[in-house]
Ligand binder design. Structure first.
Ligand code: ATP
Ligand code: FE2
Length: 325
């Protein structure tokens, strides 16, 4: 069975094509800005302009025709409405034209499910989901995907990008900070902000701003990474213990960071758990994770009528009825 998946919750417009457990294509196009933030209307325009190019690219990569597709899946939630709407429109159009089932996928759940595609022996993991807008610890428990911990303010990626902007490093800041941090091992004390199972970054950003100019930027980058990643790994470890699970997976763009991966791996080794880290193309937002999760859902009896397929920008992970596990 061939599943086509459309990802459009934020910057990325991506189309993935999955046949059973094989990824045939995973093509994407990113909306970027040279300076300033993201303008939702412009983001929508970008996705409209490139959606057909991405679709044609994915079909060519997979070596299939539109008529070969068995199901059409798309990210229905959560995300920016301007962006979600474009993916939903393309998906509905395709489903109607091809007369194929339509499946709406929760983006956060797809980040977890795609790791089970990449690693078939990974059965029931805790997901540390660390992207620009999202920072959550998610696991399947009591019949649902539940959020065990999350950020109380901004997402960790947005925090890294704000920090980088203050250092004049440009966007996206995460990879540039990672490089800068490698030049130092000099730890400067910073506020460590874990509250129960949640984390927060606002106070840390304010604190860092008072330190700009007084310390070497590489020392600040190094200390910031050590502090923030320790906070994330602490919460992930507590979720593993609480849920009595022994698999940790990572998702989201910040998961590309090698130091964060190393800290996750070390924590897992210490408690005899397994750490699974997919390749970068499956860590960042991508269409293949939507296609794969949609396929699982369809096999679990889920589909949605075109007239009911309204986007859900604010849907929470635990709002989703799980019938495919
Ligand atoms: P979502 O819609 O899921 O919130 P997103 O649009 O923010 O996703 P992602 O590609 O998942 O997109 O994540 C982008 C973030 O990842 C950016 O904030 C970027 O700085 C960060 N990032 C990318 N590579 C690295 C890295 N090597 N180290 C740290 N952060 C990174
Ligand atoms: Fe994401």
């Amino acid at each position: 069975m061939i599943s086509l998946g459309i990802e459009s919750t934020a910057h990325t417009f991506g189309i993935g094509i999955v046949e059973d457990r094989m990824v045939l294509a995973n093509v994407k196009n990113l909306y970027t800005t040279k300076s300033g933030g993201l303008i939702p209307v412009k983001l929508g325009e970008h996705h409209i302009e490139i959606c057909d190019v991405v679709l044609r690219g994915a079909l060519a990569k997979a070596g299939i025709k539109l008529k070969d597709i068995d199901i059409v899946t798309f990210s229905i939630s959560p995300g920016l409405a301007h962006s979600l709407r474009i993916g939903a429109t393309v998906a509905k159009t395709l489903a109607l034209r091809l007369k194929k089932p339509l499946i709406g996928v929760n983006h956060c759940i797809a980040h977890l499910e795609v790791v089970r595609l990449c690693f078939p022996d990974c059965k029931d993991p805790i997901l540390l989901y660390v992207s620009g807008a999202n920072t959550q610890v998610i696991a399947y428990d009591g019949g649902k995907y539940r959020i065990f911990g999350e950020t109380l303010d901004i997402g960790v990626g947005n925090f890294l990008d704000s920090f980088a902007r203050h250092l004049g490093l440009g966007f996206p800041g995460g990879p540039k900070i990672e490089e800068l941090a490698k030049k130092s091992t000099n730890y400067i004390e910073l506020p460590y902000s874990v509250k129960g199972m949640d984390v927060s970054f606002g106070g840390l950003l304010t604190n860092l701003k008072t330190k700009f100019g007084k310390y070497k930027t590489e020392d600040l980058a190094y200390s910031m990474q050590e502090t923030v990643f320790a906070m994330l790994v602490e919460v992930a470890e507590r979720a593993l213990a609480h849920c009595e699970k022994n698999e940790l997976v990572i998702g989201g763009g910040v998961g590309c960071n090698k130091r964060l991966q190393e800290m996750c791996r070390l924590m897992c080794e210490d408690r005899n758990a397994k750490f699974y880290c997919p390749e970068n193309q499956f860590l960042v937002d991508n269409g293949a994770m939507i296609a794969w999760t949609g396929l699982l859902m369809y096999k679990g009896g889920v589909s949605i009528k075109v007239e009911d397929a309204w986007i859900r920008p604010y849907e929470r992970t635990d709002d989703v009825e799980v019938t495919w596990r």
